[in-house]
Design a protein around this ligand. Sequence first.
Ligand code: HEM
Length: 161
Amino acid sequence: MTEQASLYDRLGGREALQTFASVVVKRAMLDDTIGHIWNHATEYSVQREINGFVDWMSEHWGGPDKYHGPDMATIHRGMGITEEYWDALFVIIDNAYEEFGLAPELVEEVDAYLRSFKPAIVGSPTLRNVAKEHPDMDVMDGIKSVGVVWPAPQQPARAAS
Ligand code: HEM
């Protein structure tokens, strides 16, 4: 019996992932609920974000490229992503699956994987608010140095990695 191709290959490889990531990030930027997160983003930072997202999908889904950034809790810690923001992003993502005509079984696999990172992405306070509450915080020591631990230790192992 032949082994099933990787999810990366079944989705169409780097070019397909790059198109998906570019469309999603651009629409997120234009969105009324979450667009403000990119208010001061630069061309370079958005290109880096898209490339990082593509590398991350490649690494997790059997492609050749590796993601070299920090884990999902670390990269999003301090961004202040709420449930409302999460839902707004997944409306954009759901529309992209449909627009790209992704087969239902691929949608199921991709969506379940992406959504599994919710505990590592949603719920962190904004770094600015923590700094306002703790003006003496040394940001180089992070929010944990003033007792703000996120994700909370009782959350799933993936969130704490
Ligand atoms: C409302 C939800 C989300 C928002 C607003 C958001 C926003 C962002 C932003 C602004 C960055 C860039 C950080 C930086 O430049 O330092 C980033 C990085 C990243 N995000 Fe998210 N994100 C969300 C959800 C997700 C989800 C669901 C995933 C995948 C499961 C994800 C994967 C990534 C990855 C892999 C990076 C690193 C890219 C790089 O190398 O810079 N994000 N996110």
